[in-house]
Design a binder for this molecule. Structure first.
Ligand code: F6P
Length: 551
């Protein structure tokens, strides 16, 4: 049965009519322990969801929806290694990569744990060799710079995590990330590097992605130009892929190819050898803690009752706004500078997973699915787009994330930071009403005429929902837990929308067309086979590129 025909969905629709105009201000006044009723913890992570437009009845109905959509049995089917990615006939087992239980996990009837452990040992060895300077380049110098060449899931996870865990990074080793086919990216990076002391990781599950392969070719030429002998390339180039044959053909030594599996989606792969830059940066022990944190979130997701299950609640709140309030977007707002790539990471995780309009039965859905996810560091955003959150016409539910303490922790900085977290969630919830604005303007000495004029501009409607995550500090374990909570949230929403969250056919069309157009650009003749806009753009490009003989 399609999701919106489920009894709980219908009941939520009627309930929405009852509650849609209620203000959270009043809800907080009516229930003085609203925070106690609507907050949960996982280790030291506090998840406060009390500033949402919900009542106990809303939560009961949302939980009914989760039950009616069989969230629990789908969850078990995922952990049991069933091929729930049905369009690609694949299991979805990123949780196996961080399985610390000592128990077996199966894909296609095969226990995947021995291979996972084996690869983890291999990346641990490699990372240690680089970190303790045993790994030497062609001229016997230690590695000072590691460049990850990858895109999408082979880029965002490692980059987000190495940035987030910057305080745990080894100091005399720099990790660089190149994802863009635009030559500026690799050129700007190589400009600062010495081939003798640089190691490239070609990270591509498929080993066919145009952007990554082109950057890998440029990196290989740059290395060969300096080190000459192609046999020595193995000291400067390694690969992470599930397509070992292509990596060998490219010239990578078999011993330096680290494995990925079909049952790990790119956007869920930072726990595999794709996380190699993280291991090199923060060390194997810290990487194990990252895995441990994710494992503990997996355990929570598997075992906590639905009404105490953080990712389930996160997902249901998202459904509430997306499908009943018709909110189109969600904002991810970390109040931790080191989490500055966290929104970008979640953007791929969420939008590539649930940005779909065809359900598991091949039918076009008639309800809204994955939201537009955007975000930035909270403090910077306050001075940029919070205006729209507070006074715009759109409802943008937001997640705020903040550490109670951090590595450097200078009290005046950190207390000021935290005061902004608390103030923004309160301001978004409460708003400012007419009486408050008038009293404030009077106190400023404004006359009645000026007050009447300014009043509409100074009102804040409030009633803007936020979730707040507070955690003691952003250490590897906490980061692992946070990421896994979001992964499971995305999973639960996919189940409720009856989607396969683990394929990404929507990325194919543009890729294929770009390949065909590249042939035309290489040929250089004026084109007429496209629509008039595309013909016009290509022909304009072809005309003007003659200005630069290199273009
Ligand atoms: O084009 C989208 C995508 O397939 C993502 O799903 C994936 O993370 C990215 O490209 C990179 O793919 P690969 O690791 O195979 O190079």
């Amino acid at each position: 049965m399609s999701s919106e025909k489920k009894p709980a969905w219908q009941a939520l629709q009627s309930h929405f009519e009852e509650i849609k105009d209620e203000h959270m201000r009043d809800m907080f006044e009516q229930d003085t322990n609203r925070f106690g009723h609507f907050s949960l913890t996982l280790n030291d992570i506090l998840f406060d969801y009390s500033k949402n437009r919900i009542s106990p009845k809303t939560m009961d109905l949302l939980l009914d929806l989760a039950r009616e959509c069989d969230v629990q049995s789908w969850r078990d089917r995922m952990f049991d290694g069933e091929a729930i990615n049905h369009t690609e006939h694949r299991a979805v087992l990123h949780s196996a990569l961080r399985n610390r239980s000592g128990k077996q996990m199966f894909a296609d009837g095969e226990n995947v744990m021995p291979e996972i452990r084996h690869e983890l040992e291999r990346i641990t060895r490699l990372a240690n060799d680089i970190r303790n300077r045993t790994w030497r380049g062609a001229t016997n110098q230690p590695i000072t710079d590691v460049v990850n060449l990858g895109i999408g899931g082979s880029h965002l996870g490692p980059m987000m995590a190495t940035e987030a865990l910057h305080p745990y990074a080894i100091h005399d080793l720099k990790i660089h990330y190149v994802n863009n086919i635009d030559e500026n990216h690799i050129n700007n990076t190589l400009e600062t590097l010495n081939p003798d002391t640089t190691l490239f990781i070609v990270a591509s599950k498929s080993f066919t992605t145009q952007d990554t392969m082109m950057n890998a070719e440029t990196a290989r030429s740059w290395l060969l130009h300096k080190i000459g002998d192609s046999k020595l390339l193995e000291l400067h180039m390694i690969a992470v892929t599930s397509n070992a044959r292509a990596a060998v053909e490219f010239g990578i030594n078999e011993d330096n190819i680290f494995k990925m599996w079909d049952w790990v989606g790119g956007r869920y792969s930072m726990w595999s050898a794709i996380g190699l830059p993280i291991v090199i940066s923060i060390g194997p022990e810290n990487f194990e803690l990252l895995l441990q944190g994710a494992f503990e979130a997996d355990q929570h997701f598997r075992n906590a009752p639905l009404d105490e299950n953080i990712p389930v609640i996160m997902a249901l709140l998202g459904i509430w706004y997306n499908n009943f309030f018709n909110a189109e977007s969600i904002a991810i707002l970390p109040y931790d500078q080191n989490m500055h790539r966290f929104p970008a990471y979640l953007q791929q995780a969420d939008m590539e997973s649930n940005g779909k309009a065809v359900d598991r039965d091949g039918k076009h859905v008639n309800y809204s699915t994955g939201p537009i996810l955007f975000g930035e560091i909270g403090i910077a955003s306050q001075h940029a787009f919070y205006q729209l959150l507070h006074q715009g016409t759109k409802l943008v539910p937001a997640d705020m994330l903040a550490p109670i303490s951090n590595f450097a922790c200078i009290a005046n900085h950190h207390r000021a930071l935290m005061s902004n977290v608390f103030a923004q969630t309160e301001a978004l919830m409460k708003g400012k009403n007419q009486d408050e604005v008038i009293a404030e303007l009077k106190a400023e000495g404004k006359d009645d005429k000026e007050i009447e004029f300014l009043l509409p501009y100074k009102l804040f409607p409030g009633n803007k929902p936020t979730n707040t995550f507070l955690f003691y500090t952003l250490d590897p374990k906490t980061l692992g837990s946070l990421i896994a909570l979001y992964e499971h949230k995305i999973f639960v929403q996919g189940i409720i929308w009856n989607l396969n969250s683990f394929d990404q056919w929507g990325v194919e069309l543009g890729k294929k067309m770009a390949t065909d157009i590249l042939d035309e650009l290489n040929e250089g003749a004026q084109v007429s086979s496209h629509d008039s806009s595309t013909n016009g753009l290509i022909n304009y490009y072809l005309k003007l590129r003659t200005l630069n003989p290199k273009a």
